[in-house]
Design a protein around this ligand. Structure first.
Ligand SMILES: Cc1cc2nc3c(=O)[nH]c(=O)nc-3n(C[C@H](O)[C@H](O)[C@H](O)COP(=O)(O)OP(=O)(O)OC[C@H]3O[C@@H](n4cnc5c(N)ncnc54)[C@H](O)[C@@H]3O)c2cc1C
Length: 403
């Protein structure tokens, strides 16, 4: 091997993955005063929301509540409001009666969203490491000491007291040797989707890739499978172009994955609790989407939450079972497959990110392992930051949180 470690840096918190979850975790912890590094394999923040082009953010509200419908606010909503103010977000009326599940998605312009995320991250004081994937993890017993990232000038080591895995795919946990769960446990994953834009109009189109109909299973834990999926998706779009004469001008840089690894945590989130909207002592944020497992190009399992209950996310599902200083947020948290298919939506990932960033800050400030920190203290801090916190607040009125 020729590559050498060319640089070593030390932080309080290293966050890996700058999607919806990692972005909110970084802004929260850095604003509270931690030295934060945010590492991202692509050259910008936002993950599936921006880089991979899925620009709808679901769902900030629980439409089945009579009042206090907004169950997620905080940093994710702050981003939406900044975009809305500049004309780059379409915010639906969250008080309108329920008609269908698409109705309350906030649509943002992905380029503007990535720019505003850059602004918020830079203003928070976080150090950004874009275009530098994590390629290794340094461990010592039950602790992670550092991550190794690949830069253009060689390998860099980032040491920290706490690490947060927001890679969606659970790469950091896996590289460290932590336990993970994959898809349905039998090698099947929900299909990913490639977005592309025809030359004739700017209306995006999608191609579902990796469903079993086409004998291509997109296994996001296997790079050979991902390579095959990308080649297959491109071939299908090309054959469409040849057949229809329509030209495609832009394609997202990769197929967007719905499902990756789920990292073993202290407590697994279960579908029964999700459906019933159980509030636990360590519930730190709300989420609101139905159980939604895609297969064969269509949603094959849909189950609604017992309305008007609102499901919550537990802090103990976002703390690793194997490493005392590893947390996770976003679609890779410890949850059964059904629950994961529901809480993976973007607004929930944002709420989880903010909760975990705040928990990590509190652990650093109190010099404790995160599992030993007072959950009440974390909740109070989240509430001070404007987040809706289970046990403290059921929800906010839409009109009051709009600009
Ligand atoms: C096709 C599709 C349609 C969807 N539709 C909707 C919708 O309409 N509404 C909605 O709310 N949600 C939707 N979702 C779900 C939602 O978009 C995602 O679950 C959510 O964005 C996940 O956020 P995240 O931060 O957990 O992960 P991601 O957005 O996946 O972010 C993870 C980040 O980690 C980075 N990363 C990965 N590995 C490494 C590494 N080794 N080193 C460094 N960085 C790394 C990635 O590049 C990425 O930026 C959809 C998902 C898909 C795939």
């Amino acid at each position: 091997m020729n590559l050498k470690i060319t640089e070593t840096k030390k932080y309080d918190i290293v966050i890996c993955g700058a999607g919806c979850a990692g972005f909110c975790a970084a802004v929260s912890a850095a604003r509270l005063g931690c030295r934060v590094a945010l590492v991202e394999k692509y050259y910008g923040p936002g993950g599936i929301l921006t880089v991979l082009g899925n620009n709808s953010i679901d769902r900030f509200n629980n439409p089945f509540r009579k009042s206090g419908k907004m169950v997620i606010t905080g940093i994710g909503w702050e981003l939406v409001m900044k975009l809305y103010k500049d004309g780059f977000a379409a915010v639906p009326d969250m008080d309108a009666p329920y008609e269908n599940h698409w109705q309350y998605g906030v649509r943002v312009n992905p380029v503007a969203a990535a720019k505003k995320m850059d602004d918020m991250l830079i203003q928070s004081g976080a150090d950004l490491f874009y275009g530098q994937p994590v390629v290794d993890v340094i461990t010592a017993g039950r602790l992670i000491d550092g991550v190794v990232i690949a830069s253009k000038s060689g390998l860099r080591q980032l040491f920290a007291d706490i690490f947060i895995d927001c890679t969606g795919d659970g790469d950091i946990a896996f590289f460290a040797g932590a336990e993970t769960l994959d898809g349905d446990g039998k090698g099947n994953f929900q299909p990913g989707t490639l977005r592309f834009y025809p030359a004739t109009d700017s209306k995006e189109r999608i191609f579902d890739c990796g469903d079993n109909r086409n004998h291509v299973v997109m296994n996001v834990t296997d790079s050979d499978s991902l390579t095959r999926s990308e080649i297959y998706a491109r071939a299908m779009i090309y054959s469409d172009m040849v057949g229809s004469g329509e030209r495609i001008m832009a394609v997202a840089p990769a197929v967007a994955p719905r499902e990756g690894r789920r990292i073993a945590g202290i407590t697994e989130m279960k579908a029964e609790d999700y459906r019933n909207g159980t509030v636990f002592d360590d519930s730190v944020c709300y989420t609101h989407w139905f159980i939604d497992i895609h297969r064969n190009g269509r949603s094959s399992q849909i189950e609604y939450v017992k309305n008007p209950e609102t499901p919550t996310v537990r802090l103990s599902s976002m703390i690793s079972k194997n490493f005392d200083n590893l947390m996770m947020a976003g679609r890779c948290i410890f949850s059964d497959r059904e629950t994961n298919s529901a809480l993976r939506v973007k607004a929930s990932c944002m709420a989880m990110g903010q909760a975990v960033g705040t928990a990590a800050y509190t652990a650093i400030a109190d010099r404790k392992a995160v599992k030993d920190v007072s959950v009440l203290k974390i909740k109070d801090s989240l509430a001070e930051q404007g987040a809706v916190v289970p046990g403290l607040c059921q929800g906010l009125d839409f009109r009051k949180v709009m600009l």
